[in-house]
Each structure stands twice: as structure tokens, then as C-alpha cells.
Design a protein around this ligand. Structure first.
Ligand code: GLN
Length: 485
């Protein structure tokens, strides 16, 4: 092994080398930095990096801590003290984190080094990272394609060997969908499992921070450090945090896995469908029992999501008014001109579209017809899952209907873009957990095979089970070992 191999290792592999003093945290960071300098001009996964601060942290790192000396890339929606925090939006250009998000503080306390901020769709609104006001990120498997989104930079960085692991946020699929399209592991925890304190709010009843990594074990290592109740987030759950990484081995005999019939829709790519069928057969060979289930309100999930998410976004984004921080329009005529032009010039098209939609569904006269009704349907969707989980221990589906699409292919068609989350956003509406893991490739016969993701959804707070199933699949397949570069 040479120094240039370090960025491609897993957290678990690096831990061994670091603890055995075979490499130093500084060497890991330097190797990572070199790789990013060489590759990122073609991938554009990062928005900013603070090498000097990271090297200082590396020199002070205690490698006996759970994540001692491990560098982590962070989605630019999560606040890291003194590092830029822009949500890839012009309106936050120049803004730096004033404090560490709780998830970041916990990672730092465990010895990890948050070392750079990754590109994303502006304010996490999108499925391709093309809504970044800075630049699109490219899929490391095929640079003509999108990496998924909104945590596209975090997924692409891990896939390209430009990060060991990273953090994303998932409101309707933004961790799982890019993880699937980039061929890495991405876990959306149960709503409330990880504190949202320090995550720039998009839709507060849906947002969750979670890990992206090369292996299920690495994702478990990160989640067990970040999870847990936090006085700074009243929606964080006061439930014990299991040592997920110590409970990965399990026997699948008799475990019941549900396949929702509503998820096998027309329009699903045949290679994706085939990969999921193979994965199901594989689970069955490991001893799991496959059960047909129904989630009857699946058809309404996208509509419900886009009403609730935009309503909450319109309220959350009201704070970006150019008064206290961020972008400010020049020479306003009066206060209203100041607000109007600051927001017109500072927000991108998709963010404006969401604010307008959200304001509309909350406005008097329409509130009952849209917002209130969407909340009722949300309850029905939640009940669908509750009923399904009476019959099965976990639910299996594709993460996305198709592999990564071409840059530019959908940016002019918001409705088609919204469909990229068709299999992921119900989990956010229901508040349950879900993971995406690599389960195959499409276009194997071409120069650029594209990864396919398998989604495993579990009951609220049943991350342990989801990790176990994902780990069992991963350990008996080698999709996760393939690398694009
Ligand atoms: N793609 C979805 C949206 O645009 C989900 C985004 C997310 O999970 N942050 O809203």
C-alpha cells in the first residue's frame, strides 16, 4: 500500500492503520488533499476546504478515539464553526458557520476532522446538484451525468475517493438518491434520531442529517457518534443510541422482507428492476422470507411531499432578508425594495419556485384545500407503513427508478426532476429510516457502467435492523468494492 491508496480506504481500515501508527492523521489528510487537487477539477464535489485548520486538527488528533484522525466531508448545509456555510446559494455567499452543528460537535468530540464543504442543490432543493448556484457536480462513474442530489457533492466525493466518508441531509431522498446514483452507502436516519441543530432548515418536519460512506460499517460508525437527544433540537428523540457498528452481524433466517407492489411501477428501468429482483433472490438465499405488501397511498407521496416541503420552506427561508447576514442588494430605495431585490437577486429559480408554491399552499383560502389536506394524506402514508411493519421487519425497493441521468436532461422540467424521489420521499413523510446500498450496475456493456441502489426501509428507530440487513447483503456481494476512478 502506498500513500496514494489512503483516500480509497474505509474508516475501519484507516482506524487500524492509524491506531497501529502505520500512518499519521497528517499523512491521511495530505494524501486526501492531493487526490482532491488532482481530481476535483473534473468532479467539482467540493465548495470549500480548510487544509490548514484540518492539518492542525490532524496533528492534535487522538487516534484512540472512535473516529480519531478521520477526515469527513460535510454538505454545505451543515454548520461547521469558521468554515463557509452557503447552501450553494448566492444569498449566503461569504457566510461562515458561527458554531458547530450538534452532529459536527459530536464528530469532533469523537476525533473526526470535518475538513471540507461539499456542493449541493441550492438549499437542498433538487435531485441532481444542478441547482447549485456555484457549479454542477459530475458523477464520477460518467462525468456527463449528474451525481444525484441534493447531497451530490457528498456522494460524488466518497465515490471518487475524494472523501473517506461524508455527511448529507435528506428531506425527501437527498442522501439515499445520490448514494444510489454514485454507488455508495447512504443512510437517512429516523426523524429525530440526529439533531438538526446547525442544519440550515429546508423542511423542518422532514429534514435529517445522515452519513454517506463506502461501507455499511462506516455509515454505522458515523451514525452512532452523531445520534441522540439534543437540548438544542426539541424534535430530537430521547431514545438510547445502540452501538450500531457492534451489532452488524445477524442471522437473516426468518427475517421478513416486504416488497411493496406499488413500487414496481411502469417506467422503472429494466436493468434497475433486474438488479432488485436479483437482490431479493439473494436475500432469500440468506434465509430471509419475502412477503408481498401494499402501501396503498404511495401514489400520493410525491404530491404530499411537494406541498408540505414547499410550505415549510417558504416559512424557513423568510429569514434570508439581507439584514443580518448573507447577500444584500445594493442601493435599495426603501425597505421593501431592499427585501424584494435581495431575495430576487440572491435566490435561484428553483428556490423561488418552492417559496412561491409554499406561500400559495399556506395562503388563506387555499390552506384547507392543499396544506391541511396534505397533512391528512401524510397521516395515511404513515399508517400504510405502520400496517406494513406489522407484517414485515423491513421494506425493500429500488432507491431510484433509473440510474444517473445526463446533465441538463431534466433541468428544464421540474416535474420530471421531482419524480427522481418517487421511492424515497415516503420514508421522510412517515419519519422512518432508510438506507441505500449498491446492488448492481446498469450499462455494463458500455465504458461507463452506472451504479444501481437498493433501498431498505425500517421502522422508526430500527436502524440496527436496517444496518444488519444492509451489512449481510454487502458482505455477501462485492458491488461496493467497485470504484469508478
Ligand atoms: N429532491 C427532493 C427535493 O427537491 C428532496 C431533496 C432533499 O431531500 N433535500 O425536494
Amino acid at each position: 500500500m502506498t500513500k496514494s491508496d489512503l483516500p480509497g480506504l474505509t474508516i475501519s481500515e484507516l482506524q487500524k492503520l492509524l491506531r497501529g501508527r502505520e500512518v499519521s492523521p497528517r499523512e491521511v489528510l495530505e494524501a486526501l488533499h492531493e487526490r482532491i487537487e488532482t481530481l476535483d477539477p473534473q468532479i467539482d464535489a467540493y465548495l470549500s476546504r480548510d487544509l490548514d485548520a484540518a492539518l492542525a486538527a490532524a496533528d492534535a488528533a487522538d487516534v484512540s478515539l472512535p473516529l480519531g484522525g478521520i477526515p469527513i466531508a460535510v454538505k454545505d448545509a451543515i454548520s461547521v464553526e469558521r468554515q463557509p456555510c452557503t447552501c450553494a446559494s448566492k444569498i449566503l455567499r461569504g457566510y461562515r458557520g458561527m458554531f458547530d452543528a450538534t452532529a459536527i460537535a459530536r464528530l469532533k468530540a469523537a476525533g473526526a476532522i470535518p475538513f471540507g464543504k461539499t456542493n449541493m442543490d441550492e438549499f437542498a432543493m433538487g435531485s441532481s446538484t444542478e441547482n447549485s448556484s456555484v457549479k454542477p457536480t459530475r458523477n464520477p462513474w460518467d462525468r456527463a451525468r449528474i451525481p444525484g442530489g441534493s447531497s451530490g457533492g457528498s456522494a460524488a466525493a466518497v465515490a471518487a475517493g475524494e472523501a473517506i466518508a461524508s455527511l448529507g441531509s435528506d428531506t425527501g431522498g437527498s442522501i439515499r438518491q445520490p448514494a444510489a446514483l454514485c454507488g455508495v452507502v447512504g443512510m437517512k436516519p429516523t426523524y429525530g434520531r440526529v439533531s438538526r441543530h446547525g442544519l440550515v432548515a429546508f423542511a423542518s418536519s422532514l429534514d435529517q442529517i445522515g452519513p454517506l460512506a463506502r461501507t455499511v460499517r462506516d455509515a454505522a460508525l458515523l451514525l452512532e457518534v452523531m445520534a441522540g437527544v439534543d437540548p438544542n433540537d426539541s424534535t430530537s428523540l430521547d431514545a438510547p443510541v445502540p452501538a450500531y457498528s457492534a451489532a452488524l452481524e445477524s442471522n437473516l433466517r426468518g427475517v421478513r422482507l416486504g416488497l411493496p407492489k406499488e413500487y414496481l411501477i411502469a417506467g422503472i428501468d429494466p436493468e434497475v428492476r433486474a438488479a432488485i429482483d436479483t437482490a431479493l433472490a439473494h436475500f432469500s438465499s440468506l434465509g430471509a422470507e419475502l412477503v408481498d405488501i401494499s402501501l396503498p397511498h404511495t401514489d400520493y407521496a410525491i404530491d404530499t411531499y411537494y406541498i408540505i416541503a414547499t410550505a415549510e420552506a417558504s416559512a424557513n427561508l423568510a429569514r434570508f432578508d439581507g439584514v443580518r447576514y448573507g447577500y444584500r442588494a445594493e442601493n435599495p430605495l426603501d425597505l421593501s425594495d431592499h427585501y424584494g431585490r435581495t431575495r430576487a437577486e440572491g435566490f435561484g429559480a428553483e428556490v423561488k419556485r418552492r417559496i412561491i408554491l409554499g406561500t400559495y399552499v399556506l395562503s388563506s383560502g387555499y390552506y384547507d384545500a392543499y396544506y391541511l389536506r396534505a397533512q391528512k394524506v401524510r397521516t395515511l402514508i404513515r399508517q400504510d407503513f405502520a400496517r406494513a411493519f406489522e407484517k414485515v421487519d423491513a421494506i425493500i425497493s429500488p432507491t431510484t427508478p433509473e440510474p444517473a441521468f445526463l446533465l441538463g436532461e431534466r433541468s428544464a422540467d421540474p416535474l420530471r426532476m421531482y419524480l427522481a424521489d418517487i421511492f424515497t420521499n415516503a420514508a421522510n413523510l412517515a419519519g422512518i429510516c432508510g438506507i441505500s446500498i449498491p446492488c448492481g450496475f446498469a450499462r455494463e456493456e458500455t465504458e461507463n457502467p452506472l451504479p444501481i441502489g437498493l433501498q431498505i426501509m425500517g421502522r422508526a428507530l430500527d436502524e440496527t435492523r436496517v444496518f444488519q440487513l444492509a451489512h449481510a447483503f454487502e458482505q455477501s456481494t462485492d458491488w461496493h468494492r467497485r470504484r469508478p476512478l
